[in-house]
Design a protein around this ligand. Structure first.
Ligand SMILES: NC(=O)c1ccc[n+]([C@@H]2O[C@H](COP(=O)([O-])OP(=O)(O)OC[C@H]3O[C@@H](n4cnc5c(N)ncnc54)[C@H](OP(=O)(O)O)[C@@H]3O)[C@@H](O)[C@H]2O)c1
Length: 407
């Protein structure tokens, strides 16, 4: 069969035929900076796959903050990181979510098969890692990486290269864009809320969800609701708050009504400290007002980091958990430790998801228990624009989808 050197977007080659070249949205070190300039269209070779890998013809992907970090070149120079594995590659292709069609599988791959419609989660690891062979959680293994960020050849290209265990069946009732948007944020939220026993969401648990209208938050609200918990969202506007209550939040707090954010003042500075404490107490009271009783969140779902962590630790219930997967606003998160030890709270880091957690979240998608929350759909050429919106904090509620080969 005659295979072209390259196909235009949406001009689908026969299943299983693989061209040499593809369209991709790349990031190069010379362009590190704001996403609008850093992310550009290029034609690059289609990657080869290894024996445990799968080549997916990408239909859609979505925007995640990790590709904003990749564009900025900080906190990690991601191209330099790729070059430690393959010195010849001098660009990064982001995209940690995908829906698409399997076009090739490696010799060791039993599932999926060429032609299958799949979605892809982004937990990547070496299956021969001794930590994993010993039964450890793969996402805690030394070899664990996030595909489309730490691992190259993500979904902002016509073909992406993934490990076979990352592929999951695609929910049949969803469009390509709807299927693509949730795999990173949804699985991450699932691990945060159900992966850290005994602090897993139970019936009637109050869960405070920062950024409830954002990518992680919209799935967190729905997961908590499905488990019988009581999600309370934090947002920056009433519109975004109403979006969260429509998803199942019991109520929302508009963070713009408070000003005690950021690294907390030194406890020796009595005036500054008592002003901070007043702000944190007022915020905690807003949770009680929503609930109609003096109950605090058993789980606080954190990711803004520096701006919010002192408040998260303060408002978390006695013997509760603050679970955190990011520090979008900064990494220097100080807390008043007296509230941590006397009330025996736990701070738990969490990162991406293992296969079991990603599959459990995908099962909820297949069962129609989770709305994919597509906020806006962008064309492939607008990948940079969509990331710039995320960088500037003007994303619509929910997730931004990118159509790759889908129209
Ligand atoms: N470790 C992992 O595996 C993992 C996985 C997925 C995502 N992440 C990280 O998690 C973070 C959030 O991801 P996302 O996809 O949810 O991003 P997103 O869609 O941009 O949502 C983040 C939300 O945070 C809120 N926010 C912004 N500034 C804030 C501030 N100063 N204080 C409190 N809230 C603020 C915004 O909501 P309002 O303006 O309405 O408050 C926004 O909707 C990113 O840093 C991302 O890289 C980590």
């Amino acid at each position: 069969m005659m295979v072209n050197e390259i196909y235009e977007l949406g001009d689908q080659p026969p299943i299983g035929s693989i061209p040499k070249m593809m369209h991709a949205q790349t990031i190069r070190q010379s362009r590190y900076g704001e996403p609008k300039n850093a992310i550009q269209s290029e034609i690059v070779p289609v990657p080869d796959i290894g024996p445990d890998e799968v080549l997916v013809y990408v239909m859609a992907s979505s925007v995640n903050y990790n590709n904003v970090w990749a564009a900025l070149g900080t906190p990690v120079d991601i191209v330099a990181q790729h070059q430690r594995v393959d010195p010849a590659v001098d660009y990064h292709i982001g995209g940690s979510d995908a829906s698409g069609i399997v076009y090739a599988v490696g010799d060791n791959v039993a599932w999926p098969k060429v032609g299958d419609r799949v979605v892809v989660h982004s937990g990547w690891w070496d299956k021969n890692d001794p930590y994993i062979i010993d039964g450890g959680d793969p996402m805690c293994a030394p070899s664990a990486r996030v595909w489309g960020y730490d691992v190259n050849w993500g979904a902002f290209a016509q073909y992406c290269r993934v490990q076979s265990h990352m592929c999951m069946p695609m929910a049949e009732h969803l469009s390509w864009a709807e299927a693509a948007v949730s795999t990173l944020d949804g699985a991450t939220a699932y691990r945060m809320l159900l992966g850290w026993s005994p602090h897993t969401v139970r019936e009637d648990d109050v869960v405070l969800v920062w950024g409830g209208a954002g990518g992680l938050g919209c799935y967190a609200i729905q997961i908590v609701k499905n488990m019988g918990g009581i999600p309370i969202a934090v947002v920056s506007s009433d519109d975004r708050g109403e979006y969260c209550t429509d998803l199942g939040a019991a109520g929302y707090i508009n963070r713009k009504h408070y000003d005690h954010w950021g690294v907390m003042p030194d406890w020796r500075d009595e005036n500054a400290y008592s002003a901070w404490l007043q702000g944190a107490r007022d915020f905690g009271r807003a949770i009680w007002d929503i609930l109609g009783e003096r109950r605090s969140p058993r789980i606080v779902f954190e990711h803004p980091g520096e701006m919010t962590m002192p408040t998260s630790v303060f408002v978390c219930d006695t013997a509760g958990m603050v679970v955190i997967c990011a520090g979008t606003t900064g990494y220097n998160a100080v807390s008043d430790l007296r509230y941590l030890w006397t009330r025996q709270k736990r701070i738990q880091g969490s990162h991406c998801a293992n296969d079991e957690q990603a599959v459990s979240f995908n099962d909820m998608m297949i069962a129609g228990q989770i709305d994919p929350c597509v906020g806006e759909i962008f064309a492939f050429e607008d990948t940079a624009k969509a990331h710039q919106m995320m960088y500037e904090g003007v994303s619509p509620p929910g997730k931004m989808a990118i159509l790759v080969n889908a129209s």
